[in-house]
Design a binder for this molecule. Structure first.
Ligand code: F0G
Length: 416
């Protein structure tokens, strides 16, 4: 049996109850009955399913009642990378990069969408919608196409990277360019769900979070269930931070691990309401006017605030910020290592460096930094950094124009 429980007042609802929020306004979360299998048996079971989706491999902990009729690409099974230049830049010794950009639509959102669309189909939704800075909408579009459902996305006009906008159009999403920021899009999407009867698949939807938990399960499995000391994650709307906390608590409660890694959530300095609250001991929730080059996390009023607070508290976690300049420098190092990521993703590596410099993460700790989105999501940011930024960043890779002459090639190769 699985059920939905309000995180604020503990009221319970049936798993298939289509409401988005509790009567009291609190956000819902799923509780699954603990499997009768021991932690060791579950580890062996998950290990025997290495070939399937990196989400549904963990179905007992994601959506045990889903059966085989799931809307899957498949997704997940993303690599855990070690890149010496990135490790050195961060001042770490044991840094691993969980590259969620290797998902089918290029971001971690696919893990939540496979569960979201599977559930949308179970409850007979006729259309799905989300507010998005781009990635959620792209994943929604691809999975709605798989499920044969129409999709609608509310995105902030002028603040969606071109790779993502291109995906929205290509996958056939009805794309509303809202003259406002992401927070306005989110409010509008919620209001329309009530009035238009569309099923909202933002990360306030508890089924999305169940899928996103598998980033953590997969990291743990890739490390043979030896938890790292830290998991560092970029933080915007706080869906991932919340999902990571839930995943870790469940992995411990279900006997998969005994020690909890600490979560570090990293925000862009100009869009850091969660970090503001953290510094005050979470006594109050903040809303800010968001400003950052990392358009994915340009969010001033994160929806999953409450449950992310719990995730930080439960894992003895921290919240920090990084200026855009550091984030772009980290991105350039990750890109030049051949890994590549979009700007928001690099917040995890820039945040790791900051926390090591401050002595919060010890230099010898095993750290997993999550890269949330693919390099190709945001081509403009790369062109700007390498070709247009003044003063030229030290690692800018300027293209060199030449005539079709061997002499020109020789001249270029002779200069460093
Ligand atoms: N990184 C990327 C690449 C994202 O797209 C997002 C969120 C985040 C980090 C932050 O994750 O919201 O769970 O804290 N993107 C959402 C979207 C808002 O609409 O695509 P979070």
């Amino acid at each position: 049996m699985s059920r939905q429980v309000c995180a604020a007042c503990s009221r319970e609802y049936a798993e298939t109850d289509p409401r988005l929020q509790c009567e009291c306004g609190g956000l819902l979360e799923l509780r699954h009955d603990r499997s009768s299998l021991s932690g060791a048996k579950l580890r062996a079971l998950f290990g025997s399913r290495a070939f399937v989706s990196g989400v549904w491999r963990y179905r007992e902990m994601v959506l045990p009642t889903a059966g085989d009729d799931v809307v899957t690409y498949p997704e997940g099974n993303t690599p855990l990378l070690r890149r010496p230049t990135v490790t050195a830049w961060a001042g770490a010794t044991d840094l691993l990069l969980k590259h969620e950009g290797h998902n089918p639509t290029g971001s971690f959102k696919d893990r939540g969408m496979t569960v979201g669309l599977t559930h949308a189909r179970r409850i007979g939704a006729t259309a799905v919608a989300c507010a998005s800075t781009g990635n959620t909408g792209a994943a929604l579009g691809a999975y709605a196409a798989l499920a044969g459902l129409p999709a609608l996305a509310f995105v902030p006009k002028g603040h969606v990277a071109s790779g993502k906008l291109m995906q929205l159009l290509a996958y056939g999403v009805r794309t509303l360019l809202v003259r406002g920021d992401f927070d306005a899009c989110q409010e509008l999407a919620l209001a329309s769900s009530d009035q238009l009867g569309v099923y909202i698949l933002n990360s306030i939807n508890p089924f999305r979070l169940e899928g996103q938990k598998t980033i953590v399960f997969e990291i743990l499995q890739q490390l043979d269930w030896e938890p790292p000391d830290w998991i560092v994650v970029p933080a915007g709307n706080l869906g991932n931070t919340a999902a990571f906390g839930k995943a870790l608590a469940e992995a411990r409660d279900w006997g998969l691990i005994t020690k909890l890694p600490r979560i570090a959530a990293v925000q862009a300095e100009g869009a850091a309401p969660f970090a503001l609250s953290y510094r005050e001991g979470f006594v109050r929730r903040h809303r800010v006017e968001p400003r950052t080059v990392a358009s994915a996390i340009r969010i001033g009023n994160p929806a999953s605030y409450e449950r992310a607070v719990r995730a930080i508290r439960e894992t003895d976690g921290v919240v920090t910020t990084v200026p855009d300049a550091d984030l772009l420098e980290a991105k350039a190092v990750i890109d030049a290592a051949g890994a590549g990521c979009e700007p928001a993703s690099a917040a995890s590596v820039a945040g790791t460096r900051r926390l090591i410099q401050e002595g919060i993460i010890s230099a010898g700790a095993r750290v997993v930094a999550v890269l949330t989105g693919h390099l190709l999501k945001d081509p403009e940011s790369v062109i700007r950094y390498h070709q247009e930024t003044e003063p030229t960043p030290p690692d800018a890779n300027r293209p060199i124009e030449i005539e079709p002459r061997l002499a020109d090639v020789e001249r270029v190769l002779a200069t460093k």
